[in-house]
Design a protein around this ligand. Structure first.
Ligand SMILES: [Zn+2]
Length: 287
């Protein structure tokens, strides 16, 4: 059964490790993440962006697939199904569809609107036993081919949003989505430390986990990060393994064109990346 992310993240924050959110795109992705979490005896968060939700034909399909898979694969570790960077409307749809966790990304709205919408969602999530992530200070990344630098959140605004009763908070600390540019300045631990001091036991979320050096990840966990989002890295692993399979001409040998064979190396590559991250984040055997 899907669970809210609240308990696993409170435990992670207290235990000084982080739970990975791995974004899913299709059946192979979902299966790879669930199986690896079970093998690693680790709690896990399945992230679904609005785009990926649409691609998988809608949130109800996603809920049906994940619930069915958990039952038939005998997944017993805690699993949260979480909307990533949701609009207010997207959040409402996922609540209705049976997600167990949502992120409301009001970071592009004026702070007053972010506060008002977050408040409404806090009420609904409490009633439904779901967890809610809020964001302050937008996370940078590639938009229309331009890589923006990651913003740093205002710690006072973070406290204001945290005090509304959300379960986890994404605060921009110079992190960005996608690959990091060569001239990236690194995470702002000063901002993270200031946010952590004002928000206390609130689990903090680090978006854009792909390509952040290991020592920075560890330091971020020490400073209160309890959830780390990984998306691009699984995509790169999947693409690289699939490319290799085709370049070696394996799809042309025997029944190598069978989609179950064609997609297998990529799926295995996702599993390896997820396992590596769970080890780095310290969530192995914390289920
Ligand atoms: Zn993000």
């Amino acid at each position: 059964m899907l669970v809210s992310a609240k308990e696993m993240l409170d435990k992670a924050k207290a235990g000084h490790y982080a739970v990975g959110q791995f974004n899913i795109n299709n059946l192979e992705w979902t299966k790879a993440v669930l199986v690896t979490a079970q093998e690693c005896n680790s709690p896990v968060i399945l992230g679904v962006s609005e785009g990926a939700g649409k691609y998988m034909t809608g949130y109800k399909t996603v809920v049906g697939m994940v619930n069915g898979m958990m039952e038939e694969l005998n997944i017993t570790v805690p699993v949260a199904l979480h909307l990533d960077h949701g609009s207010f409307e997207g959040c409402m749809k996922c609540i209705e569809a049976g997600f167990s966790s949502i992120m409301y990304d009001g970071s592009h709205s004026p702070i007053e609107e972010n506060v008002a919408n977050t408040k409404k969602l806090v009420e609904i999530c409490k009633e439904k036993g779901m967890s809610l992530e809020a964001e302050v200070g937008s996370i940078g990344g590639e938009e229309d081919g331009v890589v923006g630098a990651g913003e740093c959140a205002d710690p006072e605004e973070c406290k204001r949003i945290a005090d509304l009763g959300v379960d986890m908070l994404a605060a921009g600390i110079g992190n960005i989505h996608g690959k990091y540019p060569a001239n990236w300045k690194g995470l702002s631990f000063e901002t993270l430390d200031a946010v952590q001091k004002l928000t206390g036991s609130m689990p903090l979320v680090l978006h854009g986990g792909t390509g952040i050096p290991e020592d920075m990840i560890k330091k971020a966990i020490d400073l209160g990060v309890a959830k780390i989002n990984v998306n691009t890295e699984c995509q790169l692993s999947f693409a690289e393994a699939t490319r290799k399979y085709i370049e070696e001409g394996k799809d042309l040998q025997g029944k190598g064109f069978d989609p179950r064979k064609l997609l297998a190396p990529g799926t295995e590559a996702i599993k390896a990346t997820v396992k590596e991250k769970m080890e780095l984040f310290g969530s192995v055997n914390q289920a």
